[in-house]
Design a protein around this ligand. Sequence first.
Ligand code: XMP
Length: 510
Amino acid sequence: MTHQTVYVVDFGGQYTQLIVRRVREFGVYSEMIPWTTAAEKISSSKPSAVILSGGPKSVLEPGAPTLDFSVLEGIPVLGICYGQQLMAHQLGGKVEKASHKEYGLRTLVPTGTKPHSLVADLTSDQVWMSHGDQVLGVPQGFTVTASTDSCPIAAFENASKVQYGVQFHPEVTHTPDGKTVLKRFLFDHAKLKADWTSESFIDEQIASIRATVGEGKVLCAVSGGVDSSVMAALLIRAIGDRAVCVFVDHGLLRKDEAAQVKETFLGHFSGNLKAFDVQDQFFDALKGETDPERKRKIVGENFVKVFEDHASELQGCDFLAQGTLYPDVIESGSPTAAKIKTHHNVGGLPAWMTMKLIEPLRWLFKDEVRSVGRRLGLPEDMVEREPFPGPGLAVRVLGEVTRERVHMTQEADWIFRSELKARGLNRGIWQSYAALLDVRSVGVMGDERTYEQPIVLRAVESEDAMTARAVNIPFEALEAISRRIVNEVQGVNRVFYDLTSKPPATIELE
Ligand code: XMP
């Protein structure tokens, strides 16, 4: 790799991933490494700096997460919370159980006259604390640079060794000027350069893809979603039409989405797109099925069938590209997994597909994928597309999935999302969609009785889809959207707005 790297050693803290994100936001590449393998990794690949995360344990407990500090010799280090305590503990300082836990905002008071310290002259003196133990004596060579009313050593440093510790969390937004603390560490003290950009990522990945693939061909299943689109655009840039992009048009996408995917790939990338129109196959297979799990299974199985039916066209592919992102890598706990695994959107691939897996986006967060997509020239509406489930509208049309019911859902969904956009209400929304319920209710339209189906609108805010909250859409907008849906979508006579958070609900209805 040509760029500098900051390792964030994870001691089990709830904000570790956030530290990685922050460092990357400043244009410095960062990776999270578990404490169990950190010493080995640091000594073998000498990072430009190391940040030690927080963690739930006490450094005083036997068996607590630890690190052999000898591997850090000559490397700039910032310890945060548990990381600071571990630093003190390992380097000869003193850590003790505090008389009471400190949790929440505290006022930071810089001590001494250290004009260049990490914590001098911050624009806000408020810092976020969340700890039980605390440092009560600094190791030799260190000086105390800040305290709070209940934490005498809230920050310490040994500037000549470029080693810093803070008890508070500079990475969270509750610490208003926390970014300055991190930036000072990275740029003023560790002397790093901001050399991690979308361009450098693209250049590196192109070189790496070319080296891995050689003269081979890569199968890229594109779904229209941002991850697979960016992945395919990257592969096309790297190996041209040896990136065989396959788009399965199963008829379960949002309104006009299939046409947009084809247009983008054929227009912008002159890529080698094989679009299989298999709508009849999917609707036939789903006929009469109402059970959510069975519907998912049917969609998965039929993806496989499409690949099998087109085996001769696809068999020359030696590699399968998958749009795995960094949070998936972190969650799986194994950054080295390289064997073929089931595509999460495809649900099991045929046995003849003995392809090697490549995952060019496995180092990126979602927003980084989006900026790489922009840099590769993908249109804004594709880059900004909301996450969409692999089984598509099959899980948003409750009950039987028929062409007519999918069409109703697509139309209502289109009205909902375009109204949100037109009203400037779509910003900050993680996902917004319309689903069709499998019940009927009575209404009255034009003096006639109706007995038709209801649409549910759902819009959620989320960080990572693990938890979500319903978006507070103004009532007036909901009312106007509801009116349009009932007037314009035949077969719908009622509209509901889903207020449930996740948990206890899920984002999708099925
Ligand atoms: P739930 O409904 O479980 O969804 O809260 C969490 C996130 O995952 C998406 N989702 C899927 N994505 N294949 C996918 O690729 C699937 O089968 C699938 N099911 C749900 C959902 O849209 C949300 O973003």
